[in-house]
Design a protein around this ligand. Sequence first.
Ligand code: FAD
Length: 416
Amino acid sequence: MRFSGMRLLREALRGHTGWGPMWRDPDPDPAYDIVIVGGGGHGLATAFYLASVYGQRRVAVLEKGWLGGGNIGRNTTIIRSNYLLPGNQPFYEFSMKLWEGLEQTLNFNAMVSQRGVLNLFHTDAQRDAYRRRGNAMHLTGAGGRLLDRDAVRAMAPFLNFDAARFPIKGGLWQPRGGTARHDGVAWGYARAADRLGVDIIQNCAVTGFRIEGGAVRGVDTTRGYIAAGKVGVAVAGNTSRVMALAGMRLPIESHVLQAFVTEGLKPVIPGVITFGAGHFYVSQSDKGGLVFGGDIDGYNSYAQRGNLPVVEDVIEGGMALMPMIGRARLLRSWGGVMDMSMDGSPIIDRTDVGGLYLNAGWCYGGFKATPASGHAFAHLLATGDPHPTAAAYRLDRFARGHVIDEKGVGAQPNLH
Ligand SMILES: Cc1cc2nc3c(=O)[nH]c(=O)nc-3n(C[C@H](O)[C@H](O)[C@H](O)COP(=O)(O)OP(=O)(O)OC[C@H]3O[C@@H](n4cnc5c(N)ncnc54)[C@H](O)[C@@H]3O)c2cc1C
C-alpha cells in the first residue's frame, strides 16, 4: 500500500478500515544470503539499501526486541552535517543529502524538518575553531554561516547573552540541519525494506555465531539456527557484547545517554541550539515540548536508564544557557546505551572473520548518520569494498594510529 493524499482521503471517507500492517511478521527462513543483526535505524537502513540499491532480496533483519526500542527511538532527533575532518565531513554530508530525499524514497512521513542547527561559541579561540569548521563544511557543499552576537540575539533573544561566565559571542549556523521523527525513521525504513522482500524478524536475539574455517556460516538465535552467506552486525550499544560472541574485543565502551522533554510550550526555539561552554543541546518538538540532553553517564552500563547526577548536570547547562527553562515542567526522561568509540568516530568495516561485518561506534551522533550508514554498510556487504564516503571508518585504525578524532580529545568517551 502506497501512502498519498488521495489514499488518506479515501480512508477518511470509509472510517480508516483499509490500512494494513506496515510490515509482515514472518517466521525466519532456514537460510539467507545476508543476515543483519540489530533492527535499529542502521540495521533497517542497511537492509533497505541492500534490497533497493544492490538488488539483494534474500535478506533478514534480526531484532532481539521490537523495532524502535533501541537508540533509534530514544535519541533527541538532531540531524546535521557540520563536521571538520576529511574522514567525517563527506560522509555526514552524504547522509544529509539522503535525509533531504528520504520521505520520497521511503514514501513515509519521517517529519524531516530542516529548521537549522546553531552551535554557540563563547570565546575568541572557539570562534576561530568554528570558522575553520564552517570552511570545511563549505568544501563539501554542506553550507553554514558564522553569526555574530547580534545575529544570534535576533534569532534567539531568550538566551543568556550577558552571563559573566559564559558570554555568547556568536554561533555557527547550519540552516540545512534540523530534526526528524526518530521512530518514524525506523518505521519508514522497515516498511520500505519489507515491501522489497526483506524479512524483519522481531523478538529474535542472536546468541552466537557459527564460525568454521575462519568464516561465519550462520547465527544461533532464540528462534533457532539461521544460516547466512554474510552477517552484518549493527547493534549500537550492545556491540561489545555481541561481538564478544565471535571472540572479538573492540575499542568501544558502552555508556548511557539521557534525554529530557518538557510540557508543551508555545513555539520558542527556532531550531536546534547547542551550548558551547558546557554539554547541553535543545530543540522544540512539533508538539511543543522542549527536547534536550547533555553528557553521557560516566560509568559503563548496558542499562537503558540513567542516573540523577547527570540529570542535575544537564539541567545546570540548560539554566546557564537559557534561564527561562527553569520555569518549564519536565514531563519525561529516558536513557539509551551508546557505543562510544575511542576516537568518537564510527566503524563500518569487515572483520578478521570471513563474511562477518561490523557497523558500530556511533557514540551519541548516530541518528543523523542513519541513511549514509545504511547505504555505506549495504555497499560494503554487497560489493566487499568500502563506500567512498566511509573509507576511513576502518576497524584497524586504532592499531595503526590513524584515528579520526574530531574533537582532538583522545580516548575519553565523555569528551567526544
Ligand atoms: C538520549 C539519546 C540522544 C541521542 N541524540 C542524538 C541526536 O540528537 N542526533 C544523533 O545523530 N544521534 C543521537 N543519538 C545517537 C543515536 O540514537 C544512535 O547513535 C543510533 O540510533 C544508533 O544506531 P541504531 O539506530 O542502529 O541503534 P539501535 O536503535 O539501538 O539499534 C540496535 C538494535 O540492536 C538490537 N540488538 C542488540 N543486541 C542484539 C542481539 N543480540 N540480537 C538481535 N538484536 C540485538 C537492539 O535491541 C537494538 O534495537 C542519541 C542517543 C540517545 C540514547
